[in-house]
Write a protein that binds this ligand. Structure first.
Ligand SMILES: C[S@@+](CC[C@H](N)C(=O)[O-])C[C@H]1O[C@@H](n2cnc3c(N)ncnc32)[C@H](O)[C@@H]1O
Length: 304
């Protein structure tokens, strides 16, 4: 993993200075996302070892930047099956607490059972939309959101909720996918899936899409608008290493809900053809007996 700090005050590219279009209907969008993540919950959970290997170093950096320390009360938004929740629980120890929240009851139930299995009694869960958190103001020392915020139709609203949930001086760090040109696996997945579904080419800035917060400066601007201070973004190179493109496609097929939302509307034969096309296009990242999918992440940290 390579970390690269961006200049403070880095601006969004020209195209992104104008606010991105809002998702057509945020409530309907979130209802569909919840159903899809309920269906993908088991697949995401079963791929925890691969996700963990991919995100381990970036997750450690994220928790450090958010100030997750022994005894801290930590809010984990869009916690999924809880891989990073369990890391937080171990870091804060028995005198600290972590509240894992997610829109999908099915995936969050897995986070709770994973914590129970590890004997981590300082984990609690709450099914909640990250854009409307039923949480006492100022009740957390730190907050994180790992690979969730870019999927929200109104991420600025979620950041205001996170700002409200933190105590003054509390730390936050959010991980999202970075620039489209540095995430060719994601752009290949999206473009190929949309083409097979007969839909228009992807608009990476569309709210709720995988790369919607990837332009440098965009997330910093949203943080500042939400009232955060000391906003800084670090760019992280985090390639996905697997034996082959087939392994990556297997992971995406069983767990990556945004792609399934597109291909789920096709007849089985047409969907199968789309997956084969995706695999063929991703085979360009095979290097001998390893497949190394380039991937850039952004870690944006700030204080309330
Ligand atoms: C890519 S997964 C990441 C899960 C986990 N943070 C991880 O890194 O393993 C995205 C998660 O965001 C959740 N999510 C999507 N929209 C949400 C919303 N509006 N509020 C809360 N969670 C949401 C999904 O249910 C899903 O669990």
């Amino acid at each position: 993993m390579t970390l690269q700090k961006q200049q403070p005050g880095a601006r969004a590219d020209l195209d992104d200075r104008t606010p991105a279009r809002p998702a057509p209907d945020p409530q309907a969008f979130k209802a569909r996302a919840r159903d899809q993540w309920d269906r993908s919950a088991r697949g995401w959970n079963e791929h925890t070892p691969q996700i963990r290997a991919w995100l381990r170093a970036a997750t450690d950096a994220m928790l450090e930047m958010a100030g997750v320390r022994p005894g801290a009360r930590v809010l984990d938004v869009a916690a999924g099956a809880g891989d990073q929740t369990l890391d937080i629980a171990r870091r804060v120890g028995p005198t600290g607490q972590v509240l894992a929240t997610d829109l999908s009851p099915q995936i969050l139930a897995l986070a709770q059972s994973n914590a129970d299995r590890e004997g981590l009694r300082n984990v609690t869960t709450l099914v909640a939309d990250g854009e409307a958190l039923p949480i006492e103001p100022g009740s957390f020392d730190s907050a994180i959101c790992r690979l969730g915020l870019m999927l929200f139709p109104e991420p600025g609203r979620a950041l205001r909720e996170l700002q409200r949930a933190l105590r003054p001086g509390g730390g936050i760090c959010v991980m999202v996918f970075g620039r489209p040109e540095r995430n060719p696996c994601v752009t290949t997945l999206m473009a190929t899936a949309l083409k097979h579904a007969g839909l228009p080419a992807p608009d990476p800035s569309q709210p709720g899409s995988l790369l919607s917060l990837g332009r440098p400066g965009r997330l910093d601007e949203l943080f500042r608008q939400a009232g955060f201070h000391d906003v800084a973004t670090t760019t992280v190179d985090a390639p996905f290493r697997l034996p082959s493109a087939r392994h990556y496609v297997d992971f995406v097929r069983s767990s990556a809900s945004p792609i399934q939302q597109i291909l789920g509307r096709l007849e089985p034969d047409a969907a199968q053809a789309a997956w084969q096309d995706i695999e063929a296009r991703l085979a360009r990242f095979q290097a001998g007996d390893a497949w190394i999918g380039p991937n850039e992440l952004l870690l944006t940290a700030a204080r309330r």
